[in-house]
Design a protein around this ligand. Structure first.
Ligand code: RP5
Ligand code: MG
Ligand code: MG
Length: 281
């Protein structure tokens, strides 16, 4: 894989003044010597307070993790990137240096697993004609949510809870963030469930691996599994009522092409999805 960029953003997300140690491109890889490298340690108070999604703070001797690179009870500490190294008791980011040590706002040491539903349709005119791009190919739109944490547009993904499956997380996060299932009545929920259960059951896995997420640190990072669900005739997702919910502030059908700007490395997942269905890019 390539170098991470967002994982080297100057100010750590959701903080005002937590600054990363500057890591130039040629010093990202761990095997390149960088003797001056002295990144600050940072873990949010929230994570240190031990919420259900967080590991113990192994640095302060408050617990131990022994199952690196393994399934640890219900928690997967396995990386899609292969075996990661553990140095001085802490797992090392498989891409390289980020300019910050410890966990930042991520709960897990090592990989933090997420799942991303990429839901697409063809862009159509009011007369139901499929729109073509400059390259002559059909234009794809995807369900995009605006994240509450930094207002960037993103795929409506979320964390895979211990013991949960990617397939279940995909449906749950799409329901919560793009359909506001958390504020539905039992009846509405059932109706939604019947619709997404079918459509979001048969996807194409377009990505599995490291995410260049701005929350990543030297010892904690995001990984995801992204599935693509394409509504070719526009009769399935077309019936969905999109309503932003939970950690999404807004939701829209967004045109996909090479000039979009998305959260983390989501653009590269969309590019792969577009390629698989020969959409305009
Ligand atoms: C990204 O963070 C993943 O690709 C996924 O979209 C998202 C999961 O985190 P939350 O949306 O739960 O913050 O790295
Ligand atoms: Mg969510
Ligand atoms: Mg989310």
């Amino acid at each position: 894989g390539g170098l991470h960029c967002k994982a080297r953003c100057e100010i750590y997300p959701r903080t005002k003044d937590v600054k990363r140690f500057k890591v130039p491109d040629d010093k990202v890889r761990w095997n390149v010597p960088f003797p001056e490298y002295s990144p600050p340690s940072f873990t949010t108070e929230t994570v240190l307070s031990g919420p259900y999604y967080a590991d113990p703070d192994i640095c302060s001797g408050k617990g131990e993790i022994t199952k690196w690179n393994e399934i640890d009870g219900k928690v997967s500490r396995v990386s899609f990137e292969g075996k990661y190294e553990v140095v001085d008791g802490l797992p090392l980011n498989p891409v390289g240096r980020t300019g910050i040590k410890h966990r930042g706002c991520l709960g897990r040491w090592g990989p933090n697993h997420a799942a991303d539903p990429i839901v697409t349709r063809w862009k159509r005119t009011e007369d139901d004609e499929i729109v073509k791009g400059e390259d002559g190919k059909q234009v794809m739109e995807f369900v995009s949510v605006q994240r509450r944490d930094n207002r960037e547009w993103a795929i409506p993904g979320g964390m895979v809870e211990p013991g949960s499956l990617v397939s279940a997380t995909i449906k749950q996060e799409f329901g919560e963030e793009a359909m506001n299932s958390l504020e539905m009545s039992e009846e509405e929920k059932k109706e939604m469930h019947d619709k997404i259960e079918d459509f979001l059951s048969h996807g194409d896995k377009v990505y599995e691996g490291y995410v260049d997420d701005p929350r990543n640190t030297d010892n904690a990072w995001m990984e995801t599994t992204a599935y693509h669900f394409h509504d070719n005739d526009g009769t399935k997702v077309g019936q969905f009522n999109l309503h932003a919910g939970d950690d999404a502030m807004a939701v829209q059908w967004m045109v996909c092409n090479s000039s979009i700007n998305l959260y983390a490395s989501h653009k590269s997942f969309l590019q792969e999805a577009a390629k698989r269905i020969d959409a305009s890019w």
